[in-house]
Design a protein around this ligand. Sequence first.
Ligand SMILES: Nc1ncnc2c1ncn2[C@@H]1O[C@H](COP(=O)(O)OP(=O)(O)OP(=O)(O)O)[C@@H](O)[C@H]1O
Length: 365
Amino acid sequence: MKERLLEVKNLELRVGKFSLSNLSFSLNAGEYVMILGPTGAGKTILLECIAGLQTPHRGEIFLHGRKVTDFPPEQRHLGFAYQDSLLYPFLTVRENILFGARARGLATEAGVIKRMNELIEIMGISHLLERYPANLSGGEKQRVSLARAILTQPSLLLLDEPLSALDPGTRRSMQNLLREIHTTENLGILHVTHDFSEALQLGTQMMVLNNGCLEQSGLPLEVFFKPSSLEVAKFLQGENLIPGYLIFANHAAWFKPELGKPLIGPLPKNLAPDSACNTENPVVLMIRSSNLSLHQPGETPGECISWPAQIQYLSFNRTHVDVHCRGYGLWETSLSLSQWHKLALSEGDPVLLAVKPEHCHFIAV
Ligand SMILES: Nc1ncnc2c1ncn2[C@@H]1O[C@H](COP(=O)(O)OP(=O)(O)OP(=O)(O)O)[C@@H](O)[C@H]1O
């Protein structure tokens, strides 16, 4: 069984008008937990509580099974990299990177120096070692902060938007570095981000915070494709959020969009949220655009529910095209560029939209 690195129980904290409410979760060795949530949701404050920089009013924090709720930060032995880096202005980059390792008595070990040299090489900051933080760019400071956190050899790394100031190329290589460190060193990582592509790429688990509460947690793809509430769906930019009703007949569920007919179905009954069973209850149907397929009229897509629509407009991206259609509501479907070219369609053309029943996700409202 994997070691439990962190356990947070019924955590509560008030700062000004904001409060974290009754937060409970845990993290095992080797887990990479991404924390997402709108601005002001309490993500930083949560990390600060775990690091010992904020004192909760209620609740408990355990590290390696030991209660540390009242321990000062230096006794928790965590690595912490901040969004705004928080480097010591009077220390050079080298001294900043070695600071945490020095505090733990590791800075003179040959292995630590070797690791520092490897990290600064991979991070592209080896030419900055003798500079002071005031003479670094935002992205350089973030990488120094990340190197410092990793070098303390923590079993748990807390990352607060550590890559937000990086250009796309550097960001990708830092993501690769984090993935590699996570797998080779069996670290636990708690990583706050606003970028849910990053969350899907790196996370083994995902938590969504909203207004100081834990709205949903689970496997990243599950949270992404099956958000538990409309708030989470909207925050994760769920496409095709169609309000309507679930109706049950002949041992199956049918979805009736609020805006007119038809009924979409039959759908397996177990797809419906519990609260929507047996009556005509309002729900929101969500279909991720990658799960909605586009066909020529007259085609019969196998094992799918389909309905007619018309292409309204297109938005082209680097790798795919988003096709917006109207047909008993407004729909967005996402096709690879090669799929799109094969279809030989254009704006205004009639089409058939289709979805597999298991790709319909219903949210009780
Ligand atoms: N010292 C403080 N006094 C009063 N309110 C505070 C204090 N620190 C933070 N807050 C408030 O607590 C709330 C949560 O802040 P926090 O920084 O944890 O949000 P966040 O989810 O990390 O946001 P972002 O994504 O913008 O970084 C915010 O509304 C913030 O204004």
